[in-house]
Design a protein around this ligand. Structure first.
Ligand code: KG4
Ligand code: ZN
Length: 337
């Protein structure tokens, strides 16, 4: 069963053809980064306009690259939430129109669940496992029973992890998007140059939660306070120390969750899963196996949407034409293991 997947939730306009939820036949990603770079962040109005301009070409390219025609596609999957509503609506409306014209079922899927599905396109992964979703908008530690049954154990109480990378980079004028820029700078820096603070979120409901606003404030507003003067106050050293702390904050909570659940498998997804320090640190957690998507499947792509969409369509769980786009996540219960 070949599914066409369409992703337009943020600044990547992407379409892919995936067979049986596991084999990527094509995956075309058109990034808008250069249009948002002058503003150091995604401008929603520019994003939706670019999606509108590009979506037909991107879908055509994905179908051509897959060597498929209309008759080879058995269903359409599209990101329905969460994301920028104007951008989501471009993909959703396109998917609905195409489904109507081609007389196919379509399903609107959750982008966050799709990020977690991405590594399933490259690995044979059995459930259950501990999921770690780290993107520009979300930071989630969860227990994953199936592609659809996810219990959130911890999340961020303020900024998302990727957001912290983006904001720090923006403040210092290092470039956009911040994550890859900080990662690259950090390679040449010494994290001992700054001893940035760790949030204390150990009690009550926050056992597995993380927080990034304190770290962000320390790096942006209180740099000298945390500076170890034996080292240079260079961008490389700031980036290295920030990245190390940002990853340590998350890794500490992941370790706690591993211990509490007894799960031996960790599966990561989302843009920040491309981070070299995060990949290294999570792999070091004792007694566990960690699965990361390849770099191109960490950030937004249509393949993860097609893959997850297949799982719903296979069960006959298609969406109706009344389906709408939503900016926020839905259906994630938060509770202890
Ligand atoms: O998953 P994604 O493409 O979009 C969202 O769903 O948000 O993630 C984008 C985020 C951005 O915040 C970007 O700075 C971050 O992922 N990112 C990274 C790296 N590559 C992308 N953060 C840290 N290190 C990286 N290498
Ligand atoms: Zn994403």
């Amino acid at each position: 069963m070949k599914i066409l997947g369409i992703e337009s939730s943020c600044d990547e306009c992407s379409a892919a053809v995936v067979e049986n939820g596991e084999t990527i036949i094509s995956n075309v990603v058109a990034t808008q980064i250069e249009f948002h770079r002058p503003f150091d962040g995604v401008v929603p109005e520019i994003a939706s306009r670019k999606h509108l301009e590009w979506i037909t070409g991107v879908v055509q390219e994905a179908l051509a690259a897959a060597g498929t025609e209309k008759n080879d596609i058995q269903g359409i999957a599209v990101t329905g939430r969460p994301g920028l509503v104007g951008s989501l609506l471009v993909g959703l409306s396109f998917a609905k129109a195409l489904a109507f014209a081609w007389e196919l079922d379509f399903v609107a899927v959750d982008h966050i669940r799709a990020h977690l599905y991405a590594p399933h396109l490259e690995n044979d992964i059995e459930y259950p496992y501990l999921g770690v979703i780290v993107s520009g908008g979300h930071t989630i530690i969860c227990r994953v029973e199936t592609f659809d049954n996810i219990t959130v154990m911890g999340t961020t109480i303020d900024d998302a992890c990727g957001e912290a990378f983006d904001k720090v980079s923006k403040f210092f004028g290092w470039g956009y998007p911040g994550g890859p820029v900080v990662d690259k700078l950090a390679q040449k820096g010494d994290p001992r140059a700054f001893n940035f603070p760790t949030p204390s979120l150990h009690k009550g409901d926050h056992t597995y939660d993380v927080s990034y606003s304190g770290l962000k404030t320390a790096v942006i507003n209180q740099l000298d306070q945390f500076w170890n003067r034996d080292y240079e106050k260079s961008p490389e050293n700031i980036a290295a120390a920030f990245q190390k702390r940002a990853v340590a904050i998350l890794a500490a909570k992941v370790k706690k969750a591993v211990k509490a659940t007894g799960l031996k498998k960790i599966v990561a997804g989302g843009g920040v899963a491309a981070n070299s320090e995060l990949r290294r640190t999570l792999k070091e957690i004792e007694d566990t196996e960690v699965v990361f998507p390849s770099m191109k499947l960490c950030t937004d792509n249509g393949a993860m949407i097609a893959g997850l969409g297949y799982q719903y369509l296979k069960k006959g769980l298609a969406s109706g034409m009344e389906e709408n786009a939503f900016s926020r996540v839905d259906g994630f219960k938060k509770k202890y293991p």
